[in-house]
Design a protein around this ligand. Structure first.
Ligand SMILES: NC(=O)c1ccc[n+]([C@@H]2O[C@H](COP(=O)([O-])OP(=O)(O)OC[C@H]3O[C@@H](n4cnc5c(N)ncnc54)[C@H](O)[C@@H]3O)[C@@H](O)[C@H]2O)c1
Length: 245
């Protein structure tokens, strides 16, 4: 028996990086996975790859900032698999830019995806889980939700918001069998990090390397499964020691 045997897991940002690694691990633990992403080409190819491994997988193209798209994710998931047990609320964007020169539209776009989008997916997840008797939600925040860094004010503000959104939702639904936690990655080797920055970021990390998406997936599995059955409202920092400095 896998740790997520026969559970239905929705994973946003599921076509790439941390989301894709988590989908692979969830499938190996018996889950049926719904991959949600804006990137249709990558999402469809990954759905196909998982199906060749005999996994039950479904790709849904959606923008997490659209209420209509988010409602459709859950409608399609229930139509295909009957229920939603786990939501890895993970899609996000990030870009480094000096704050005094940051266009308001750029600020809005970052906060819209990294905070508003996370709220929309969490809200729809909770609506579904209230109907079915519960579930687990793991939001992706960041170590930059805990500490500041130059040049990513919008991202850091949004990720700090995700950490406190997580606490608030956890408290609101703690007695409804819905657990809500968040993952706070350090610098992880995924396409979100420009190739040219990788060496510098590894050097800034006490463990002197970037984290791997697979290492994030294991932390997500812990929070998504019964292994963390008494944990809610928490944020798990997995950052090679960065925030211990
Ligand atoms: N890699 C890191 O160093 C790092 C560190 C801390 C936090 N994070 C967070 O981890 C999460 C996953 O990032 P990743 O590193 O795997 O990057 P990634 O770029 O590999 O994956 C992010 C995915 O989200 C999708 N996406 C972006 N905007 C979307 C939208 N509006 N609707 C639907 N899908 C959308 C992208 O198409 C992409 O496939 C993000 O929330 C990111 O902020 C990453």
């Amino acid at each position: 028996m896998g740790k997520l045997q026969d559970k239905v897991a929705v994973i946003t940002g599921g076509a790439s990086g941390i989301g894709a690694a988590t989908a692979r691990l969830f499938v190996s633990e018996g889950a049926k996975v719904v991959l949600v992403d804006l990137n249709e080409e990558k999402g469809k190819a990954f759905e196909k790859e998982l199906k060749t491994l005999n996994a039950e997988a479904l790709f849904i193209k959606a923008n997490i900032t659209s209420e209509e798209d988010v409602a459709n994710i859950f409608k399609q998931t229930v139509e295909a698999f009957g229920t939603v047990d786990v939501v890895f609320n993970n899609a996000g964007i990030g870009r480094v830019h000096p704050s005094h020169d940051l266009e308001y539209s750029e600020w809005r776009n970052t906060v819209n995806v990294d905070l508003d989008g996370v709220f929309l997916v969490a809200r729809e997840s909770i609506r579904e889980m209230l109907e079915t008797g519960g579930g687990t939600i793991v939001n992706t925040a960041s170590m930059y939700g805990w500490v500041g860094s130059p040049g990513s004010a919008a991202y850091n503000a949004a990720k700090g918001g995700v950490i406190n959104l997580t606490r608030s939702l956890a408290l609101e639904y703690a007695d409804k069998n819905i657990r809500v936690n968040s993952l706070c990655p350090g610098f992880i080797d995924t396409p979100i990090i420009p190739e040219d920055d990788k060496q510098t970021l590894a050097g800034m990390t006490p463990m002197k390397r970037l984290g791997l998406a697979d290492e994030m997936a294991k932390a997500v599995l812990f929070m998504a499964s019964d292994d963390s059955s008494y944990m809610t409202g928490n944020s798990l920092i997995v950052d090679g020691g960065y925030t211990a400095q």
